[in-house]
Design a protein around this ligand. Structure first.
Ligand SMILES: Cc1cc2nc3c(=O)[nH]c(=O)nc-3n(C[C@H](O)[C@H](O)[C@H](O)COP(=O)(O)OP(=O)(O)OC[C@H]3O[C@@H](n4cnc5c(N)ncnc54)[C@H](O)[C@@H]3O)c2cc1C
Length: 345
């Protein structure tokens, strides 16, 4: 039996698991994906890579700033841009008006996750479908889609978006065990809504690298735009990019409308058509891939950094929606929950 099982290897789960493990706990981290990072995601394609989830990090508080500095010191992060351009709803591009360092990982955002997970016991490719109290009630039995597999732990941390967390605990805890009265925790989780996002990643021929080098922006925030939320010249995060890579994130409205479209290539092209006037050659990529995020940003984050269920064996929830909807809140949530489990607060 593990002391603590953490479900979800995004920033929140990785941070929480790492701190618990560093304090001497026997921790196991589980994720449905083979790779680490969750929405901190990098895709390898056509000899290069692109961040199709988190675009950049910009610290607001001291604790997160310290962590960013740690990642800069070991060469995982560096300042990528000092200011983000803005695109208005009617397509007018404006230079940055606010200046503050935006940090990015030249080797891709998942290099952060790999660093966080490097000494952890991790089981990937494991979709957790249910958790049930053990017979003596002193712990939890985790089940997956593989009926031959199960794992027990004294305490469980669920570090996934709330809808995915409720899919794991909902049936077992709420219905079979009659903990439905734990309204404070489970109702808070049910109340959180997430936006969706569709992301197009375009890779351009190496011959266009000179054209890309002349583009005057690295990232563009699209303000109230009906179709776009973000445009990033992702290759500019790399130290010596060999070919241009563009990442275009849709607006939440566009994602709702096209999320289940049968032909994602058509949807990717729609996004690129809107971006094309911003720089020469953007409408002629060598390759386009499209990714859908069912849980992108929490619309209505919860006030607390983590939630505790009223169950006989300890069960906790953490993630970005506890206190915000960015990497910073995911990180702070993981830290706060680890501190609570270790009785440091
Ligand atoms: C397109 C996009 C761009 C973004 N850009 C930025 C940005 O520039 N800056 C910023 O600060 N934030 C950004 N964000 C938000 C940021 O990605 C999130 O706030 C943060 O990464 C969330 O981390 P998390 O650990 O809470 O959750 P997640 O990263 O979602 O991690 C949850 C993990 O749980 C796993 N999981 C889920 N269900 C199960 C299950 N049943 N069994 C096992 N594993 C499971 C998932 O595979 C995932 O790895 C962006 C998000 C998106 C989608």
């Amino acid at each position: 039996m593990f002391e603590i099982a953490v479900i979800g290897a995004g920033v929140a789960g990785l941070t929480c698991a790492r701190r618990l493990q560093q304090a001497g706990k026997r921790v196991v981290l589980l994720d449905k994906s083979r790779g680490l990072g969750g929405r901190l995601a990098t895709r390898r394609l056509a000899g290069t890579h692109a961040d199709h989830g988190v675009c950049y990090l910009q610290p607001k508080g001291d604790l997160f700033r310290e962590w960013i500095e740690e990642l800069v010191d070991i060469g995982i992060l560096r300042v990528w841009s000092e200011g983000i351009h803005r695109l208005s709803a009617d397509g007018i591009l404006q230079p940055p008006t606010k200046f503050a360092p935006c940090y990015a990982a030249p080797m891709g955002a998942t290099s952060i996750a790999k660093y966080l997970g490097k000494d952890l016991e991790i089981i990937g490719d494991k979709l957790i479908t249910a958790i049930d109290p053990t017979d003596n009630g002193n712990g939890w039995r985790l089940s997956s889609s593989d009926p031959q597999w199960s794992l027990t732990a004294e305490q469980v941390v669920v570090a996934t978006p709330p809808a995915q967390a409720l899919a794991i605990v909902g049936e077992t805890i709420l219905q079979r065990r009659g903990y439905a009265n734990d309204t404070d925790c489970f109702q808070q989780m049910s109340s959180v809504n997430f936006t969706r996002s569709i992301v197009a990643i375009s890779v351009y021929p190496a011959t266009q690298q000179n054209v890309a080098a002349a583009i005057p922006w690295q990232g563009i925030q699209c303000i109230d735009h009906p179709i776009l939320a973000w445009i990033g010249l992702d290759s500019s995060k790399q130290i010596e990019p060999t070919q241009p890579v563009l990442v275009v994130q849709s607006s939440a409205t566009f994602a709702e409308e096209h999320f289940d479209a049968p032909d994602l290539a058509v949807i990717g092209q729609k996004l690129l058509d809107v971006v094309a006037p911003l720089a020469p050659g953007l409408n002629a990529p060598a390759l386009v891939q499209v990714h859908r995020w069912g849980y992108a940003f929490a619309r209505n984050p919860l006030p607390d950094r983590f939630l505790t269920a009223q169950t006989p064996a300890p069960l906790y929830f953490c993630g970005d929606c506890c206190g915000g909807n960015r990497v910073e809140s995911a990180y702070l949530s993981g830290v706060a929950l680890a501190n609570r489990i270790l009785n440091l607060t």
